[in-house]
Design a protein around this ligand. Structure first.
Ligand SMILES: [Ca+2]
Ligand SMILES: [Ca+2]
Length: 423
């Protein structure tokens, strides 16, 4: 908190002592930035800080669009300036290659864009939300999930767009806080974003109202309200309170079609909790009530495979295992009920850890046919009792849940931290 205030003060001093008087004396060289334009002070600020140039000595071209290549150059330079205090990046071949490489190396971007195409507002905000450390984009505005009317929670860039609203970097294109995510960003808007990102004094304070209830059940609305409820009361859909009062970035959420039925689900993974509350839960739209219904609940160490199998690593070992051979439950997605069913449990006995179990039974060397000192203990939901399996027998048994190729399909769930300014 103190440090943030200090940075603001330094910036304010810089502006007050040197930059602003110079600006007033010199003025902007641009003939196409009218004094009364909403973006005039932003252009002045961004230009004087060296963040953006004109398109010609006397033209800023405020209504022109910006390509993804130009956006990444700005983001890379802003990041380098914040990290090193100076900008040493130069053009490459093609000219934007050095900036793209820098942006990837520093986790500003994680994919390639259509570099010569004009950037959309959503694409631009996605890049710039990662151009400064999270701590320099801390939230100052209450923006409930779902509150930006044209950015539903399942929008691919929703997380970054909401972050930029909450940090006061953008406030939308109209009085209803619409974002217009698919329209192309203008250079005037770019100047405003650069100026507000660099100078916290330029950021905007506002509050976005709660989303309006839709006429008919809607996943995006139900998921957004569930996230808002968790942030407010640490309560999950159905009333489960897994952990502690929500206090910061510990828990994560995602919107993702994890069961691959063509519909997205809302996932929570909880870490800010006692061990029993450290869960991952999957919720689908309940079309009868318009709320959410639980589809899966297990530990927060669950891996969802693309074939519908979920491997749920348990929170405790049996004491006969190593980290490499940790016990897990297996769940299988049931298309008919649209829920995950418990299917089996697997634990291991690693002889080098203990050669007798808690009951004094000796390691079953007769079962360890391949002689590697490891046997699997398997419980099937539809069979009674524990069964020892070894080597190839275990591989054959396990293959009903996942083949080698199924492990290549592990869902890459785009988790995001849950955070929110207090409402
Ligand atoms: Ca789904
Ligand atoms: Ca073995």
């Amino acid at each position: 908190m103190k440090r943030k205030r200090l940075i603001s003060m330094i910036l304010a001093l810089m502006l007050a002592l040197c930059l602003l008087p110079a600006a007033m004396a010199a003025g902007l060289p641009f003939t196409d930035v009218p004094d009364g334009a909403w973006y005039a002070s932003d252009v002045e600020n961004a230009y004087l800080l060296g963040l953006i140039n004109g398109k010609a000595p006397d033209k800023f071209a405020p209504d022109d669009n910006m390509t993804y290549a130009e956006a990444v150059k700005l983001a890379a330079c802003m990041h380098q300036n914040a990290a090193d205090g100076s900008i040493t990046l130069k053009n490459g071949n093609p000219w934007y290659k050095t900036y793209v490489d820098y942006a990837k190396d520093n986790y500003i971007i994680s994919k390639d864009y259509d570099w010569n195409a004009p950037a959309t507002r959503a694409g631009y905000l996605e890049i710039f939300a990662n151009a400064l450390p999270f701590s320099m984009l801390s939230e100052r505005n209450y923006v409930p999930e779902g509150g930006i009317p044209d950015v539903p929670i399942s929008h691919p860039q929703a997380y970054e767009i909401y972050m930029m609203y909450r940090a006061g970097i953008v406030q939308g294109v109209d009085a209803n806080f619409n974002c217009s995510p698919d329209s192309n960003i203008k250079r005037s808007e770019v100047a405003a974003i650069l100026s507000r990102m660099t100078d916290p004094n330029m950021r905007k304070d506002f509050t976005v109202p709660a989303p309006k209830a839709p006429a008919s059940p809607d996943f995006d609305y139900a998921a957004a309200m569930a996230v808002n409820e968790y942030l407010a009361t640490a309560t999950l859909p159905g009333g489960l309170k897994p952990g502690y009062t929500f206090e910061g970035v510990y828990d994560i959420y995602a919107v993702y079609d994890v069961d691959r039925d063509g519909q997205k689900e809302l996932l929570f993974s909880i870490y800010n909790a006692p061990v029993a509350g450290q869960i991952t839960a999957v919720y689908k739209l309940d079309t009868a009530t318009g709320g959410l219904a639980e589809e899966y609940i297990g530990t927060n160490a669950t891996i969802f495979l693309g074939n519908g199998t979920a491997i749920c690593y348990l929170s405790h070992s049996t004491g006969l295992e190593t980290d490499e051979y940790w016990p897990y439950d297996i769940y299988v997605y049931n298309k008919a009920t649209d829920e995950y069913d418990y299917a089996a449990s697997v634990s291991y006995w690693v002889k080098s850890v203990r050669d007798k179990d808690a009951l004094g039974n000796k390691f079953p060397s007769d079962i360890d046919k391949d002689g590697d000192g490891i046997v699997a203990l398997v419980t099937d939901a539809d069979a009674d009792g524990l069964e020892y399996l070894d080597g190839n027998d275990f591989e054959v048994w396990f293959s009903r849940y996942a083949s080698e190729s199924d492990w290549e399909t592990v869902n890459d769930i785009g988790w995001h931290p849950l955070y929110q300014a207090k409402g």
